[in-house]
Design a protein around this ligand. Structure first.
Ligand code: ADP
Length: 673
């Protein structure tokens, strides 16, 4: 296109003005409005009168808005400035209103490229913009609503949670309150209990069955003391609050206050055992014995503030014990003086304790330890078994133990005779577990007895010789009288013979006792038939006994290995006793049987019988039952003793069964071949 065909500016403006797009052209830096079409004027709210005016004047309301600056920058730089939805405040219809525009400021340049004016186009997008904004805001509101909704929901749950938490909190608070009240209650109760327990403590002290006192400070000031203590002192309550040495001046020269002060200073308790205390009671000094404890008394912080003393009066016990000790001393003295030894044996542990005297009796030194075995060792072998058996029997049966036996002194080898007495005593549980007793030295007595035995033996022996010749002469005279048919002499000599026989039985008895005692009796054993011997003895007895009926029953022949003469004497002894101790005309039943592999011979009479209390003793030497009947029967109480000795030496047993006034059955057993 050439320049002639180019439109002039005005023509161009004319064309522009027809455009519906709002257009204006500004020139110079004052942005003078060269032209503005109707659309632009409508936007501005102005009429054509603004054409030719600088923009600031044409639209004074632009002052303070960025547009004039922007346009000037485009004029200066030549760089187009465009934007959309830009708000501008314009006075339209006399009212300042905000409108929104899509606009552009474009620099129009000449052929030299110099900017000579600015083309301003704008579209009013207020409607669109506002609608869009309304939509946006509606969307926003919706989103906000949705957010709010969810927020609300969240809030609701949060509220719910909160209210639950709140409830919990409330509950907890309630519980706490309850706990608090309980705690307060408890504290109150504790406090009460504490004061109660303190009161109890005081009461306990005051009512305690033992003497209790509390002494405060180093000076031992009486702080609390019970009646028991006051009684023990023989004082009244006026001592309270006083120092101990002022309350009981008599204690000043006794060690007790110092001991208490020692406990106070060192904190170490002190235990007094059977302490002797001198106290002034009723104007007199009296001796008493006390067990006591001095214990440090501490306050709540653990500081020792005093001493607690607990005391028990043991005066009576101590005195009783002293009495007992005195009595024991006396007994010991008496025992020593009487040459009596004592022993103690624990049945279970076999612990053996003996006195010094007993040790001496057994030939040990008084200071040497003597065991049960050592004591037993001093007993000669021939007695040992018997003694041990007797001890065990006493222990198992609980019966008293009495035994005579010799001992051979361990160191001095001296023979002594002793008599031992033993008894079982119960322990605390009532079990018979202590076996103790005495041992008396009977050596002298025994020697006397032996001398007596020897004497009896000697006398018996001496008496036997004249008796034998007496018997021989009587026999000769008997023969002579028979030849002469001298009836009277014959009768008299028969009586002499009977008496001589009686006498010789007696003398033989004594002789046997003396032999037995001195251990000079020996068994002369042979094999023989027991039933035959019994029959013989019965026949012999029948020769002299016409007063009783003697019957003999026996089952089978019984062979023995024994001393025939001595067993014969046992049978004859039992027969003669049956005659002696039962009335005339009564029966005597003799039996010979085998029982449990032992031959048993029994002699049953219908006489006076033996009382139970005598049964044990009639086999003792010289023992005779005392009764009006036995007084009329001669005897020395040696027959059964000899029988028992003979039977025992044959390892047999002897005994009696008797019903009062129904007679007795004496029996003995002997081992068969
Ligand atoms: P003795 O007959 O010489 O007195 P014994 O030793 O034979 O001596 O007897 C001892 C005691 O036993 C007698 O004194 C008598 O009391 C009692 N005795 C013995 N045998 C019988 C009996 N068969 N019946 C009743 N008592 C008897």
């Amino acid at each position: 296109m050439n320049s002639s065909s180019r439109f002039s500016s005005d023509e161009l403006l004319e064309i522009l003005s027809l455009s519906h797009n709002a257009t204006a052209i500004h020139s110079t830096m004052a942005l003078t409005v060269q032209t503005a079409n109707d659309a632009m004027l409508a936007i501005w709210g102005k009429d054509r009168s603004v054409i030719g005016l600088p923009l600031e004047e044409a639209l004074p309301e632009l002052k303070g808005q960025p547009f004039i600056g922007m346009m000037q920058a485009v004029l200066n730089t030549g760089i187009t400035h465009e934007d959309v939805n830009t708000p501008a405040d314009l006075v339209v219809n006399g009212k300042l209103q905000t409108f929104y525009f899509d606009f552009s400021y474009r620099a129009i340049k000449n052929a030299q490229g110099e900017t000579y004016c600015l083309l301003h186009t704008a579209t009013d997008v207020t409607d669109r913009y506002l609608k869009h904004q309304a939509l946006l805001s509606a969307q926003k509101t919706e989103a906000a609503l949705a957010r709010e909704q969810s927020l609300n929901e969240e809030l609701a749950t949060t509220i719910e949670e909160l209210s639950a938490t709140n409830k919990e909190l409330k509950d907890t608070q309630q519980k706490l309150e309850q706990l608090n009240t309980e705690l307060e209650d408890r504290v109150a109760r504790r406090t009460m209990a504490l004061s109660k327990s303190e009161a109890n403590f005081r009461n306990m002290i005051l009512q305690a069955p033992v003497a209790i006192g509390l002494f405060k400070g180093y000076d031992m000031v009486l702080d609390m003391i019970n009646d028991k203590f006051l009684q023990l002192w023989g004082r009244d309550k006026s001592v309270l609050g006083k120092r101990l040495e002022d309350a009981l001046p008599e204690l000043r020269d006794q060690p007790f206050i110092k001991i208490m002060q020692g406990v106070y200073a060192t904190d170490v308790p002190y235990f007094g055992n059977e302490a002797k205390v001198m106290l002034e009671r009723n104007g007199r000094m009296e001796e008493g014995f006390y067990n006591f404890i001095n214990h440090p008394f501490k306050d709540a912080e653990g500081n020792t503030t005093g001493i607690i003393v607990v005391a028990t009066d043991v005066t009576e016990q101590v005195q009783a014990r002293k009495e007992l000790e005195k009595a024991e001393e006396k007994t010991r003295f008496a025992l020593e003086a009487a040459n009596v030894g004592t022993w103690f044996l624990d049945v279970e542990t076999r612990e053996f304790v003996v006195s010094a005297r007993l040790k001496e009796q057994f030939g040990y030194y008084a200071d040497e330890e003597v065991t049960y075995e050592m004591a037993a060792a001093a007993i000669p072998d021939e007695y040992k078994e018997k003694v041990m058996k007797a001890v065990e029997k006493a222990i198992t049966t609980g019966r008293d133990y009495v035994m005579e036996h010799p001992v051979i002194g361990h160191h001095d080898q001296k023979k002594r005779w002793v008599r031992a007495y033993g008894k079982l005593y119960p322990d605390d549980s009532g079990k018979l577990s202590h076996f103790s007793g005495l041992i008396i030295d009977i050596t002298e007595q025994k020697q006397d007895e032996m001398r007596k035995n020897d004497f009896i033996g000697m006398v018996s022996h001496e008496l036997k010789t004249p008796l034998t010749s007496l018997s021989a002469y009587a026999q000769m005279l008997y023969n002579k009288a028979r030849n002469n048919d001298d009836g009277f002499t014959l009768g008299a000599l028969e009586k002499v013979n009977t008496q001589v026989k009686k006498m010789s039985t007696m003398i033989n008895g004594f002789l046997n006792v003396s032999r037995l005692e001195s251990g000079r009796i020996f068994l002369n054993k042979h094999d023989f038939a027991l039933d035959e011997l019994v029959a013989e003895m019965i026949d012999d007895a029948r020769l002299t006994i016409a007063s009783h009926n003697i019957n003999f029953t026996h089952s089978e022949p019984l062979m023995l290995n024994a001393d025939r003469d001595k067993i014969g004497s046992v049978i004859s002894n039992l027969l003669s006793n049956a005659v002696k101790y039962s009335p005339r005309g009564k029966n005597i039943q003799v039996e010979c049987r085998l029982i449990n592999n032992m031959a048993q011979i029994s002699v049953k009479d219908e006489g006076m019988g033996v009382k139970p209390q005598d049964i044990e003793k009639i086999f003792d030497r010289y023992y005779r039952v005392e009764s009006s009947h036995t007084q009329t029967v001669s005897g020395f109480g040696i027959g059964l003793y000899l029988c028992a000795e003979i039977v025992h030496r044959h390892d047999g047993k002897i005994g009696v069964e008797s019903q009062k006034a129904e007679g007795s059955t004496f029996y003995f057993t002997l081992p068969v071949n």
